[in-house]
Write a protein that binds this ligand. Structure first.
Ligand code: FPP
Length: 251
């Protein structure tokens, strides 16, 4: 392993995806409003971005707001959008300085006219970053992603630029959000639930899943390292036998 990937023989995932759950419970335990949990959650986002960047992770994808989160109380939705806005307005310069390319995935039309120009500006400002890509999933759902890819395919077929006979896995994959990045090697969900919750449902087909009871605001550098360590010990077989997988990785 190269020095920048930790200096040990620990295997570092190229792409990490995270469901940041437990903000509400963290706040409730402290008799604070749920919004306070999200604010503290943003601190954990900073820690995770720094930790992944330093470890040599190429892409980090965070589930900030799902297509289903609109069902939450209006005040909480407003607060979450406010935090997102804060990141887009105030954190972008630091991301750019650290070589981090920011991208937003999801149905951005649904995020409203105020946020869209901020998203576009943040993506343009950080577009040259080569150290790590930070994907923020906002108004995102894994099934939405597959549906939008399908719509693209249908449009291309209707226009005559695509033969329906050529629609296979690769045609779908290449039209999904994050198609230009390696699929996530590691999925982390904090907060104790053991579900994918309509996150990157296509892209997670072969991903190692890591669930921890730690609430997201408590997910610190040490907790991130524990997730990396767990990943490092797993054997990824991609449908092969254990012996075949070992032969491929030289173990
Ligand atoms: C789930 O916890 C968390 C969310 C729905 C929002 C995550 C948002 C942040 C961490 C802050 C903003 C981050 C960015 C990148 C803009 P929950 O509220 O479901 O917790 P609970 O299960 O304990 O109620």
């Amino acid at each position: 392993m190269p020095e920048e990937q930790g200096g040990t023989d620990q295997r570092i995932p190229r792409h990490v995806s995270v469901v940041m759950d437990g903000n509400g419970r963290w706040a409730k335990q402290r008799h604070l409003p749920r919004v306070e949990g999200h604010r503290r959650g943003l601190e954990s986002v900073r820690t995770a971005v720094r930790g992944c960047g330093e470890a040599g992770v190429e892409a980090l994808t965070l589930f900030a707001f799902s297509s289903e989160n609109w069902r939450r109380p209006a005040s909480e939705v407003r607060a979450l959008m406010g935090l997102f806005r804060w990141v887009l307005e105030r954190e972008v310069e630091a991301l750019r300085e650290n070589g981090i390319r920011l991208r937003v995935i999801g149905d951005r039309q649904g995020l409203g006219d105020n946020l869209i120009p901020l998203i576009e500006r943040a993506e343009a400002t950080t577009a040259e970053g080569t150290r790590m890509t930070l994907n923020i999933a906002a108004n995102y759902g894994g099934r939405w992603d597959i549906a939008q890819a399908t719509q693209q395919l249908a449009r291309e077929a209707a226009e005559g630029s695509l033969d329906p006979a050529d629609i296979g896995e690769e045609a779908i994959r290449s039209r999904l959000a994050l198609a230009d990045l390696p699929e996530p090697d590691l999925f982390i969900r904090t907060g104790g639930e053991q579900r994918i919750s309509n996150f990157l449902v296509w892209q997670l087909a072969y991903t190692e899943l890591y669930f921890t009871p730690t609430l997201w605001p408590d997910f610190d550098e040490e907790a991130l390292q524990a997730a990396f360590e767990s990943f490092s010990k797993r054997q990824r077989r991609f449908g092969r036998t254990g012996e075949q997988a070992n032969a491929l990785t030289g173990h």
